[in-house]
Design a binder for this molecule. Sequence first.
Ligand code: MSP
Length: 637
Amino acid sequence: MNTFYITTPIYYVNAPPHIGHVYTTVVADTLARYRRMRGDETFFLTGTDEHGLKIERVAAAEGIEPIALADRIVAAYDALWPRIGVEPNDRVRTTEPRHKLAVHEMIRRMIAKDDLYKGEYEGWYNPTAEAFVADSQVKDGIDTETGDAVERVREASWFFRLSAYQEPLLEWYRSHPESVQPVGRKNEVISFVEGGLNDLSVSRASVSWGVPWPEDADHVVYVWLDALTNYLTALGFGSEETALYDRFWGGEGERLHLVGKDILRFHAVYWPAFLLSAGLPLPTTVYAHGWWLKDESKMSKSVGNVVRPDHLIEEFGADSLRYFLLRQMVFGQDASFSDEGFVDRFNSDLANDLGNTVSRLVTLSRRGFDGKTPPPASPGPLAELAATVAEEYRRAMDEFAFQTALRSLWRLLAETNQYIVAGAPWKLIKSPDTLSQAGEVLWNGLEAVRVVAVGLLPVMPTVAAQVLAAIGVGEPPTSLDGLRWGALPGGAEMAESSPIFPRIDKKGYLASIAAEAEPPAAAEAEKADDGSIDIEQFMATQLRVATVRTAEAIPKSKKLLKLTVELGDEVRTVVAGIATQYQPEDLVGRQVVIVANLKPAKLMGVRSQGMVLAASVDGAPILLRPDGEVPSGTRVR
Ligand code: MSP
């Protein structure tokens, strides 16, 4: 069985995760899931980079110990991964004892090879990138490659004979076309190495937060030698237990490092040189992806333009974010994030193309076939396309062309829609004479959707499984064989489906985030002395008429009811504190007024996307309702 080892960079613990960090990890998770379906034995690693000057300084500025900072940020990462469906096999921390063993083993091997010597480093250091910077790359105290400020350093240091590896590295790039990708970036790496390599300082005497240098207590290991070794730590390198190492690093299988383009040099030059020195196998591929940009520049904490994932997950669901990240960026190139772009893609691809197609097919099949899938039909015109799409999808996923893979699945969805429109099964199910014809159209449509959902499993694990369940496939397939035409069972129960992706009211959503972004102090300043507000301030609150579709008590709560309400073509859940006054069954079908742009909040474990308005009479809520029936979603002002 082929083995597949896939890693993300380990993230610095100076700040909580943003979507740049989420991106690489979601790509890795998607690939891990895909490779498992392909039949490869897969190990997926992520982790945190916790040592070095940057972390030491951020902790000092907060007045806390570096480990306290690391623990806090690691907790944020640990909480994030399950929320976004990321399931690594291990998460390594560079402050763990097992990591020190691995780093010391690397150094022991480098010493044995006579590749380390003591000297003095005099030159520039970029603490943001944790990089030693050549004089030629510094202008007016700035690292011209990254734009970061640099500092002058003069201290005793251990050096690694990087210069000795210029030829072996060039030979590696030459003889292994897949070693560094994409090819444009590989060429940059090659020119850099051809330009000549200086020996590299690999210890710091003026930093104390790091792995101690073996037998030289004045030094800590340079944070990049420390960090890169994490890829071996997790496999047990340097410890007694090396089964994973033997399987995933020592053997014939694939070893893939995913990295951002800013850290390619560390992975494609230093890391293989360290490994060559230590006499260890090299990665099969280092793949550098581009950056997520916001407002034209790289997202970064110092620029203050970072997009954090929490709000997007909360609002749209983890799988929508996963889909967006993989669909929007051409792997290897830069891409821009915008809220508008996100909503557009959500509404068109997920709510419309995927969600509507599924719900239409499920509704019609349930109606025509007694709540079940129609009997299996002979393959119609979609079958051939599905085979082509499955082929394209596999090729694209094998080449890390996620966008192409998804576009291909969407081509099948678009054709499926046209096929349904042409077949008009809603007419055919009306008469017993044409019911079997309706069944053919519906079965073929559902089968095409099944193929799409199987392809989506690595990208949107939860939603794809939901789609499969909705169309009568009990257990999601675990192998890519599931892409083959014909597996949809006939006569399988189909549960009544609720919309998987309720459409987002784009205007309302964009206005609500704009309102959130506005500093509250400004609104405060405009308030008149008597507390009155002006019309703009009132209009910032979006009141809308909503129609209650379902209502139920919330277990263990005396006051709260959970309502699903319809707002135009959107359905939302709201929690209302009205249980003392209203019975759930009396509310269904009734119209209420809600604050539609209130920040979502969790009440008794239920996420409420709005607030129902009621007059409060001695603490008892009396609901507001329009004087006559109005279209749901109508604005109140
Ligand atoms: N700790 C080092 C990596 C050590 S790996 C042995 C590091 N950490 S980082 O937290 O600064 O960045 C981790 C990864 O996130 C890098 O691959 C970086 O390229 C990526 N990203 C950070 N900002 C990004 C974007 N705006 N867009 C895409 N990826 C970006 O570097």
